[in-house]
Design a protein around this ligand. Structure first.
Ligand code: SF4
Ligand code: SF4
Length: 183
């Protein structure tokens, strides 16, 4: 039922603030963010919008709006923020970080929100897919023979993929269990 509600919320227009009702808000959410590394300056946001105006992701997807993510977090719309695909779309370019007049450190805040989301079992499917690729190839893509031939042509050494080493790291850090929600 909760998942159904979440799915419904993420389908809603993220720009539509009128859909939030008071009983859906969590007044403790801001304290959770403040405690998470990267979230320390988040209450400084004065909603000026400089971050959104600087954001290259916004230029590609007009629905992506980092100022609005912060606004939702500030008012305690926890479920929507953590279940939203938008917190995973930040490209970590640091444009907003450099320009924010309040030193909110938005890029770090996005990391904090993602970490909190994972703790609550909200993980974007793209992250799960990346873990599967890491297990398989030891990297996010397979290096083909063609790519290695091209490297040779330019005097570069061949890349030998070693998934076993990466698998060991994934196992040691319990990454599979975390993304499957078992820990
Ligand atoms: S630039 Fe900084 S202060 Fe302005 S909306 Fe973004 S986070 Fe808030
Ligand atoms: S760091 Fe993320 S939110 Fe900030 S401008 Fe870059 S993509 Fe946008």
């Amino acid at each position: 039922m909760a998942q159904e509600k979440n799915d419904k919320k993420t389908e809603q227009n993220p720009d539509d603030m009128s859909i939030i009702t008071e009983d859906e808000l969590d007044s403790q959410f801001k304290y959770e963010i403040l405690k998470e590394p990267g979230g320390e300056n988040f209450l400084r946001c004065m909603q000026c919008g400089t971050c959104t105006a600087s954001c290259p992701v916004k230029a590609i997807d007009p629905d992506y709006n980092c100022r609005r993510i912060i606004r939702r977090a500030l008012i305690g719309d926890k479920e929507h923020v953590l279940n939203s695909k938008f917190i995973w779309m930040c490209s970590t370019c640091y444009s907003c970080y450099e320009r924010c007049p309040q030193d909110v450190k938005i890029t770090e805040l996005m990391f904090a929100l993602k970490n909190i989301a994972v703790k609550h079992g909200f993980i974007h499917p793209s992250i799960k897919a990346q873990v599967t690729l890491l297990e398989k190839f030891g990297a996010l893509s397979e290096i083909s023979e063609f790519e290695n031939r091209m490297r040779e042509k330019y005097g570069l050494p061949k890349i030998k993929q070693s998934p076993d080493r990466v698998k060991k790291v994934l196992e040691k850090e319990n990454i599979k269990e975390i993304i499957e929600g078992d820990s």
